[in-house]
Write a protein that binds this ligand. Structure first.
Ligand SMILES: Cc1cc2nc3c(=O)[nH]c(=O)nc-3n(C[C@H](O)[C@H](O)[C@H](O)COP(=O)(O)O)c2cc1C
Length: 155
């Protein structure tokens, strides 16, 4: 998380904070998600509700990266949100460098105000993502990446 704070931050606004979910807090967060899901999807089968309960239980540690923007004459919200993204990415990179497996995930619940309220976010805060961190059980496979020739132009 220290490395998560060591990010570019125009105006030194620190427009991010972290929520740590460990141990049974992961299941408690899953209960919050599942309750909102059940209320908004009254016909959902019990198996779907179980899936929602386990949203944070795949890894022993989950770090929520919270983004919030402040009015600033020189630093638009876009730049402050990018700083939160940089923070999330730094946590993924730092955890990977320390030998852990790390994955940045969201899902419907990351955009649901009722879930965010239940997880303790303030009304003006957004969830940039949950960084799931644990011991890798197998080497991660890479996937095709865009060819630089498709995404790079010269001005
Ligand atoms: C904001 C954000 C949210 C993401 N949410 C999900 C998600 O909910 N589910 C998922 O499978 N991947 C999600 N990803 C992608 C994964 O973080 C990751 O990129 C993917 O598992 C592939 O791994 P790789 O980037 O190492 O190839 C998300 C990425 C970002 C930046």
């Amino acid at each position: 998380m220290t490395i998560g704070t060591r990010v570019p931050d125009h105006g030194k606004l620190a427009p991010w904070r972290f929520i740590v979910f460990e141990g049974d807090a992961r299941a408690r967060a899953g209960d919050v998600i599942a309750k909102v899901f059940a209320r908004k999807n009254p016909g959902a089968p019990a198996t779907d509700i179980e899936v929602e309960k386990k949203r944070l239980t795949d890894a022993p540690l989950v770090i929520g990266v919270v983004s919030f923007t402040k009015p600033h004459p020189k630093v638009p919200p876009w730049e402050q949100e990018l700083s939160a993204g940089a923070s999330a990415m730094n946590i993924v990179t730092a955890a990977t460098a320390l030998g852990y497996g790390a994955c940045w995930l969201t899902g419907w619940f990351a955009f649901d105000r009722d879930v965010l309220d239940g997880l303790g976010l303030k009304p003006d805060e957004k969830l940039a993502g949950l960084i799931h961190i644990g011991t890798p059980t197998k080497p991660s496979e890479d996937r095709p990446r865009p060819a630089l020739s498709d995404i790079v132009t010269r001005f």
